[in-house]
Each structure stands twice: as structure tokens, then as C-alpha cells.
Design a protein around this ligand. Sequence first.
Ligand code: DGJ
Length: 508
Amino acid sequence: MQKVPYIALNENGVPTLYVKEKPFLMLAGELHNSAFSSLEFMEKEVWPYLDPLGLNTVIFPIAWENIEKEQGKFDFSLLKGLIDQARKHEKKVVLLWFGLWKNGESFYTPGWVKRDYKTYFRACYPGGIPSDTASPFCETAIEADKNAFCHLMKYLQEYDSEEQTVIMVQVENEIGFLGAERDFSEAAEEKYAEMVPESVNCQGVNWKTAFGEDAPETFMAFYYARAVEKIVSAGKEIYPIPMYVNAWLKQHPDIPGIYPSGGPVYTMLPVWKNTAPSLDFFSPDIYVADFKKVCQQYSADGNLLFIPEARRDPVSASNVFWALGGANAIGFSPFAVEDFLKEDFMEVEEEMLQVLNIEAAGFCCQGTGPYLQQSYEILKGMLPQITKYRGTNAMKAFIRNTPNEKGTIIPMENYDILLDYMQGKTGSAGIILCGENSFYIAGCNVKFQGLPQRASDQYVTVIRMEEGRFIAGKWESRRILNGDELHEKYLGDMAEVKYVEICLHDGK
Ligand code: DGJ
């Protein structure tokens, strides 16, 4: 039997996903929440729009309510069908476990959990008013989720460990409590009054004394992480593939409860790491504009970066270059990608976006399809190089992170590359593969130029410039760009790759 997918450092010390012993980078897309619930819908309305986008990985959920409609009776026929479809379409799958918690609520639990308010008691708002979220203090609910998750892992182990279509599992979705800073159920009140548990770095004091205004959020993070640890560690005993949780990010208004309190926002990562050591990493869902900053926050301290949800507007077609080339992400995935190449699809209601605190611009995928398609095609050809150069100086990347950032200078070994971001365009970003006196530059919306290093008394001449593509890691030149075209050293609005050979003179 094949070794299951796993995470390890590559030869350059960068956290890497290995599938069948080979490093695997994901050009991915997540689906709308309800697509997976019908195989017929998937065949007609989803797969035909995924294949041309050039994804190698699809991200979709399997929900607790779909596998255990009746308590104790498991049915994996839907999941089997989904995995079979993915195999037919030659895609890997990141499976989202919609169990007890999805976006701070519990609407994917089976009816028998939803109906039984007593056994599976709810987290409460101040004054003991019950919410629709199962309380992370309800041990029976956690055990029931764990049991279902273990059955799921058993199924994957039996049905998929040979083929390995499912390569990672996300446990729960944007976990945390919405609507209040913490749970005020009776069970939670009791725990909140106790001393902080030993495993948290402050002992002998209660939560409030230990964490001040961050106490409610830290308290929730600890108990959510504790619940997830129970679920994940049990699941991994059965089928130990990589598992992670994803975060609804902190953003204005930056108050826990407006974003799910206790989720793995970056300030809570130390608590999560400490309390849920069976998790492999923590992922940001990036709908905010400051892509680079979030990538930094979630790749710090050796955390593996994977972006399961990204904005749907055309900027994604440039952000993906930074994710893979600049932040060493193992994968990038805009949300609801099945819309991207459809001519008519339903725009999401403003009202829903307000509830989710997602800016409307980031959710509008008008025009994104062809741009992302092009970026994925270019990156697909470069994956062998990106895989090899992750964590070395042979690969560099750039991104315009704010609209008024003008450009940057990328230092090479003997010379520099001056980059001017093209103004008024959606996104400027790219990857540079560096040779001694040559480079490949891939990405969009940037002008480039070789510059001598300061005080070197040298100047730079372009010997040759080509446009072309990488096909399975091999450069295939199309045109030699000379004459008028040599003056136009830029990458356009749709991603492209150029090869440039230069020579340095000292003028003598
Ligand atoms: C983030 C969630 O994780 C997704 O499941 C989805 O609800 C999107 N928000 C918005 O559609």
C-alpha cells in the first residue's frame, strides 16, 4: 500500500505536502457550499466549468448530516460518488468536514442533533439566550462529531488510501462563536470561573486575570482547539492524512464575536498550536485586500501556508503568483470557482456578504475566469521549477500590495531587476526564476528592466528576450522579441512569461 499523503520539510527546509512520496502543489478552487450535495448537479453544473479552468485540486465539503442522517447509521454513497467524479476528472480533493461547526454555527449537523437541544446543548449569548451553535463545552456533541469523523476516516482509509484522491482534510469550517465574545451557557460559565488549565502558559489565575480583554476569545480558542484535538487525534489514528482548520480572519470591526470568537485568527495561533498539536497547520480564508500581510501572518513560525478560500475578483489571478512564489504556499484556491467560466450565474446577495463580513468587490467574479485560467496554465507548466526552488534564492516573487505602491527592485546575484507596477490595473505580481545572466519572469501588470548594481560602474545590455511557455517544466520559446518589442519589457494584464538574457559591461 502507498504511504498516505504527509507533510514534511523539503530539502530547503520549506514545509511541503507529499502525495505518493512526491511534492504536490495545488492550483485549486473551492466550490459553493451546496454543490456537493447532488451528484447530478455536480456532473451538469460544476465539473464542466472546472476542467477548463486548469485546476489540479478541488475543495468541497462532506457534511455530517449527509453521512449520518440517522444516528449510528452511516451512508457514504454520496462521498463515493464525489470521489469517483473527481477521479474521472483527474482532480485531487481537499475534503472539508462540515461537522459541528461551520462559519460559527451548527447548521450542518444531522437533524437528530439539531432537534435535541438538551443533549447537544447550544452555546449561549449573555443572559443564557441559546444560539444555533453547538457549545464547545458539550462533551456529548464533541463525542458524536468525533464518532462520525472516525467513520469518515475509516471510509477514506478503505476506499481511497490506494488511489489517494483525497489528499487533505479540513476539520470544521471557520470555527468559532458568532454574536458574542464567548459562550455564556451554564457549562461555559463554570469553566470561565475556573483557573486557566495547566497547558496554557499562565497558571494559578483565572482567565480574566491571565488575559484581560482577550480573556473571552482566548478561553473560546482553548476550548474549540481542545474539541478539535479530540476529533482530529481520533481520526488520525484511523487515517493519518494532513488535517488543518481554517480561519475567518479578523477585520474591521475587529471584535471577537463579529468574527467567530475562538477561531484560529493569527493572534490565537499560539493557543491553537499548543492545544491541538495533531493539526498540521492553520489556514487563512483571504477575502481582505492585504493579501501579502495575511500570507506573512500564516506562514510565520514554520506554519505551512495553504489558502483554501481566496477572493473571487480578478486580483486572484495575480495573487496566486505571490502565494506560490513569495509565500511558499502549497496551494491557492479562490472560492466558488464553478461560477468563473459561466456566462450567467447568480451573483451572491449583498445581505449574505454583510453577514459574512466579506466586501462585495472581493466576491464579484465578473471577468475572473479567463485571467485565472491563464495564470493556472502558466503556473502549471512551471510547477517543476517552483517545487524545486521553493526556499532557495533561485526563485523570487513580487506583489503590489497597495494601489499606490509604484514598484520594487529585486536584487539578483550580479545585477538588479527594476519592476514598475502598471497603474490602474487589477493586480501586479509575479515570479522570477533566476539564472546567472538570465531570468524568466512570469506574472502580470509589470514593466521590468535589468539594472546594474549600485556603485558597480557597470551597465546592462539585453542580449535576447523571448516570449513562450513552460510545458511540464521545459521552456518552449514562441517569439524572439526584438526591435519594437524589445522596448516593451512588460507582462500584460493576463499572465505571461518572458525569458531575458542580459550581459554586464564595465564600459571599458
Ligand atoms: C467563508 C466560508 O468558509 C465558506 O464556506 C462560504 O460560506 C464563504 N465564506 C462565503 O460564501
